[in-house]
Design a binder for this molecule. Structure first.
Ligand code: MG
Length: 234
């Protein structure tokens, strides 16, 4: 029923696992860092945690392992260590199909925004290199803009604000269960792409309205999605 009220003006893209194939590097960097600090974790945990802030991930691991939150010093050194490991591993691999999806969205006159929990300072330069002319600095929500982070709707509500549109005028493309939860809680029609190792059911249970196995199949079907959305408005 939500479809009938949709008049898309903006698409809010998550970044890791959607535009970049960076999740395997994030998961490995997190797991190696966790093991080095005696924290209980598996690689799958980091796909389940994807989207939440680094701080809340570290606190979760400390609570699970030591039944207490991390100290300020532990928090800082662990997040620096994880970032260093990630930077050493990351090859800035663009997700196959992502450029095609973003180009189609742009070509149909919709705004394109990024809503990510990532806080890398070089983010916009990298996006400009791989998706030239597609994203603007002012139209991004990053770790620097949010306090709570996904799965809370906050990041997507900020994205709507930056786009100047309401929830029924936006679409979200997400790969993570907590990201889907955040977007759905913000009241936005959410397209999930399952680019990681988790079962489809986790993304559907999180509330995804549509599910694709990857960005290539989303690119191939994009014109059908928008045509169906417009048809359901008539
Ligand atoms: Mg993601």
């Amino acid at each position: 029923m939500r479809l009938t009220a949709l008049t898309p003006k903006a698409v809010l893209f998550d970044m890791d696992g959607v535009l970049y194939d960076s999740m395997p590097c994030h998961a490995r960097a997190w797991l190696e860092t966790a093991i080095a600090h005696g924290l209980q974790a598996t690689a799958e945990d980091f796909y389940l945690f994807e989207g939440r802030t680094g701080k809340s991930t570290i606190d979760e691991l400390f609570l699970r392992t030591f039944r207490r939150n991390a100290s300020k010093e532990e928090m800082l050194s662990i997040s620096e260590e994880k970032t260093a490991r990630f930077n050493a591993l990351n090859s800035e691999q663009v997700m196959p199909g992502a450029v095609e999806v973003v180009r189609q969205v742009k070509a149909s006159g919709l705004q394109t925004l990024i809503v990510t929990g990532s806080g890398q300072h070089s983010l916009i330069d990298r996006l400009d290199r791989h998706f030239p002319g597609c994203f603007e600095r002012e139209k991004m929500v990053t770790a620097f803009d949010v306090v709570i982070g996904k799965p809370h709707p906050e990041p997507y509500l900020k994205g709507l604000q930056k786009a100047g549109v309401s929830a029924c005028e936006a679409l979200v493309v997400e790969n993570a269960p907590m990201g889907v939860q955040a977007a759905v809680s913000a009241g936005i029609f959410t397209i999930a792409v399952n680019t990681g190792p988790l079962p489809d059911s986790i993304l559907l249970d999180a509330g995804a309205d549509l599910l694709y196995p990857d960005m290539l199949s989303l690119a191939a079907d994009w014109s059908n999605i928008t045509a169906n959305l417009l048809k359901s408005v008539d």
